[in-house]
Ligand binder design. Structure first.
Ligand SMILES: [Fe+2]
Ligand SMILES: [Fe+2]
Length: 249
């Protein structure tokens, strides 16, 4: 039986000079409390090199494995390659439509991650119809959903976790203006999750949303945007024995 694995989850750190010391203090217990630190995008506030360097300096103190996806803010200033290199330099494994496996004492945790994109939900999802601009827009979302599909197909691990920045369900958006929902994510991103199954989906981006929801297929989705969780991270336990008990119910 795989061991229990504790994840520390956070998104939307929006790193900038004025929060560095609070962030450093807030992340301090993570080495003792969790096995893996998971960060779901908007790591930097405006995607600036100095913000990435400041975050990297804080993350140098993290001794557990770190895995992350980027958010829209990380792209804003046009330095995404530099941001990625700086964070990878301190050991963050950045998922960009890719998978990664972390081994904790012989128990494997597979991560499939992508930023994701917009498009809306269910019946009202945007479709690639009409003008080229619309097709380009929604194909960004389909590209990341296809990447997740390919990753999940090959991840053969004890636990599987999907990381996104944009929201794959609308239930974690409650509290956001409904007019904004199509720009906060898309149910297209939930399709590979329900097709292949996983233990947990984590996202951010919806600062005014709520912390928990589930996909149509019943998979737990957590919105861990910092303004939602109101602390530096929340803990989530992957527990195969609890999963087996649930399966027998
Ligand atoms: Fe954000
Ligand atoms: Fe965002």
């Amino acid at each position: 039986m795989p061991r229990r694995v504790v994840l520390a989850l956070v998104a939307d750190i929006h790193c900038r000079a004025e929060i560095i010391e609070d962030l450093r203090e807030g992340l301090m217990p993570v080495n003792d409390e969790a096995d893996i630190l998971v960060m779901c995008g908007d790591l930097c506030n405006m995607g600036r090199v100095e913000e990435a360097k400041a975050l990297a300096d804080v993350l140098r103190g993290v001794r557990i494995p770190m895995v992350a996806v980027l958010g829209n803010h990380d792209y804003h200033s046009g330095y995404v390659n530099e941001v990625v290199a700086i964070l990878e330099g301190v050991g963050v494994h950045l998922l960009q439509g890719t998978g990664h496996t972390i081994n904790i004492d012989g128990t494997t945790v597979g991560f499939a991650g992508a930023k994701g994109f917009c498009g809306g939900y269910g019946t009202y999802c945007l479709t690639p119809f009409g003008e080229q601009g619309i097709k380009c827009f929604i194909n960004e979302t389909h590209d990341d959903a296809n990447n997740l599909d390919a990753c999940l197909q090959t991840l053969d691990t004890d636990y599987r976790v999907v990381l996104l920045h944009y929201a794959p369900i609308k239930e974690t958006l409650f509290g956001e203006p409904p007019e904004l929902y199509p720009f906060l994510g898309s149910s297209i991103l939930a399709e590979p999750v329900d097709k292949h199954g996983c233990d947990l989906v984590v996202h951010g981006h919806a600062h005014n949303g709520v912390e928990e929801g589930e996909t149509a297929g019943g998979i737990l989705v957590k919105n861990v945007a910092m303004p939602v969780i109101k602390r530096s991270y929340v803990l989530h336990e992957l527990d195969a024995s609890a999963r087996a008990r649930k399966g027998r119910q």
